[in-house]
Design a protein around this ligand. Structure first.
Ligand SMILES: [Zn+2]
Length: 309
């Protein structure tokens, strides 16, 4: 059985929702088949305190920024945390930081390889919103795996979780045993692994790492919270392992292009998702090529013919 995905009602855009004693969420109006209802920006703080952290301020969107500032009210933003530099996550950090004087925290700039995602491909394009990165974002404070961020009444541990993108971080909120998973783990959908910066092996390694941790709740940037997350994470791992096996089986007898593989493997999936599926198959093939299982003619590209070695 594949992963059992979650759904939620479309939220009222611009309205702040209290989702736990310490956490509120505002969803930006940037819905798409890759962002679900839109970017969920989280505001975290002790209700009795006066300081807040904000995770993923979101895209450039005046209405969203205004709603965010209204929700912050007279309190002080002490930290702006960025999970990664896709354009639905980090661009509003600049304005929010200027207005609130809060420093931004992130793994680093947008990776150069990620700007090459899906370029020059034969119609096998990825998500238009995931395609171009936020190359403007430079964190005031660079953080990495295991770094601890302490504010008034809240403590975060940063987890470096490359796979979806090499600068991806998750943030664990100690006080609520909650992991803010960005795009690494989403309840409503699988994540995309856009080549060449996205890396399936890293992604799987960083899914398995989560199984050794004790957070009880995940809050992704898109979609609803995930309770009892370990079975779901396991199902994501199994889903990718099964997909890899399907691809290898499909290539056993004859070389195939990504388009042919998508038509074969995703026959039950709506055609509008085949482009994204091509990106996913490419991620699996690159991973198999790195492991010496498959090779490609004339080169490791989206237009190549792939074959099991
Ligand atoms: Zn992303």
């Amino acid at each position: 059985m594949g992963p059992v995905f979650l759904t939620e009602e479309s939220p009222t855009y611009g309205l702040v929702h209290s989702v736990s004693p310490m956490v509120s969420r505002i969803v930006a109006k940037n819905p798409s088949k890759f962002t679900y209802h839109g970017t969920g920006t989280y505001i975290i703080g002790d209700p009795a305190g006066s300081e807040l952290a904000v995770i993923d301020p979101g895209p450039i969107d005046d209405a969203h920024l205004t709603a965010l500032l209204d929700a912050i009210g007279g309190r002080t933003v002490s930290h702006i945390l960025i999970t990664h530099t896709h354009p639905d996550h980090s661009p509003a950090a600049k304005s929010l930081s200027e207005i609130t004087s809060a420093p931004t925290y992130g793994f680093g700039r947008h990776p150069v390889a990620a700007t090459e995602s899906f370029e020059g491909s034969d119609g096998v394009k990825g998500d238009e919103t995931e395609e171009k990165g936020d190359t403007e974002f430079i964190p005031d404070v660079e953080i990495g795996n295991g770094d601890v961020i302490v504010g008034e009444g809240f403590t975060f541990e940063a987890l470096h979780t490359p796979g979806h993108i090499s600068n991806h971080l998750c943030f664990s909120l100690e006080e609520e045993a909650t992991l803010f998973t960005g795009d690494h783990v989403m309840g409503w959908s699988t994540t995309v692994i856009p080549a060449p910066d996205g890396n399936l092996s890293d992604y799987l390694t960083n899914l398995r790492r989560l199984l050794d941790r004790s957070e009880l709740i995940y809050r992704p940037t898109h979609g609803p919270l995930i309770e009892n997350p370990h079975p779901f994470v396991n199902s994501l791992i199994e889903h990718r392992e099964r997909r890899t096996a399907e691809i290898v089986a499909a290539l056993k007898n004859e070389p195939k292009t990504i388009k042919q593989l998508v038509t074969e493997i995703y026959s039950a999936v709506d055609k509008s998702l085949h482009k994204a599926a091509g990106g996913s198959v490419y991620a699996h093939l690159l991973d198999l090529a790195r492991k010496g299982v498959v090779s490609a003619e004339p080169d490791l590209s989206m237009d190549a013919e792939w074959v099991v070695i």
